[in-house]
Write a protein that binds this ligand. Structure first.
Ligand code: BEZ
Length: 236
């Protein structure tokens, strides 16, 4: 219904605040995670197959996210007891792609009231009236939303891509660079565009920095080794 549609938060906004019950106790979001990056994601429903594969994969990679100073927080519009029962089923019964006995140790929010999913635009009624879509919010240590991804109900997320986004944003912040399409640590990175005609000419004449590679005056890159990337993204 139209009156239930909330404006969605946008990239650059402060993450909307809320308190909620979770499988790891009550949380005050995003304050409890100040100083960390947060991956806040919704899923449509407990005890559903695509969501089960996503949770197993997130939980299996939790240490990798922790080593990126990142906290995972999940949400669905199911209640706490359903969450607990589903996570116990995953741990005790499900073996999938070599993953078994997977213990989901990050919080899963009870949002049976839909208060939080409405606040974050996770309910998209033309996809489903009753379930959240697969939303992902990447929130930085200052509580600012830095990236958002939305997937439909029928498609499980690429968790490696979510990890790549975190590494890319942390690298961009530390080195004041941008990342090209398909970037992976160790690939060339894009340096800020020339701010004057003189700099543009110097770059094309290779006078500013001989290690820089310019495809044109507005499009210059430099090498940033995987070691240099990992130096700034490893756990603070
Ligand atoms: C699933 O996670 O498998 C799923 C959830 C809601 C709708 C369709 C699929």
């Amino acid at each position: 219904m139209e009156q239930d549609r909330n404006p969605m938060p946008r990239i650059g906004d402060l993450a909307p605040e809320f308190t909620a019950k979770t499988t790891q106790g009550d949380i005050h979001f995003p304050d409890d995670y100040k100083g960390k990056w947060v991956i806040f994601f919704s899923h449509p429903a407990d005890f559903t197959p695509v969501c089960t594969t996503e949770f197993m994969t997130f939980a299996n990679m939790n240490e990798e996210f922790q080593s990126l100073n990142t906290q995972l927080v999940g949400l669905s519009v199911d209640g706490l007891y359903s969450h607990i029962a589903w996570l116990m089923t995953i741990r005790d019964k499900i073996e999938y792609k070599g993953m078994k006995n997977i213990d989901v140790q990050f919080p899963l929010i009870d949002d049976i009231s839909m208060k939080v999913s409405k606040l974050y635009g996770m309910l998209q009624p033309n996809e489903s009236e009753t379930a959240a879509v697969r939303a992902v919010f990447v929130i930085d240590p200052m509580g600012k939303i830095r990236a958002m991804i939305y997937y439909p109900l029928s498609l499980g997320r690429n968790i490696q891509e979510i990890k790549r986004i975190l590494i890319a944003l942390q690298t961009a912040d530390s080195y004041n660079v941008a990342m090209p399409a398909e970037w992976q640590p160790g690939d060339e990175v894009i340096i800020p565009p020339a701010g004057s005609c003189g700099t543009a000419k110097d770059r094309m004449d290779k006078k500013e920095d001989p290690t820089m590679k310019c495809y044109d005056w507005f499009f210059c890159t430099k090498l940033l080794s995987a070691d240099e990337v990992m130096k700034v993204v490893k756990k603070k």
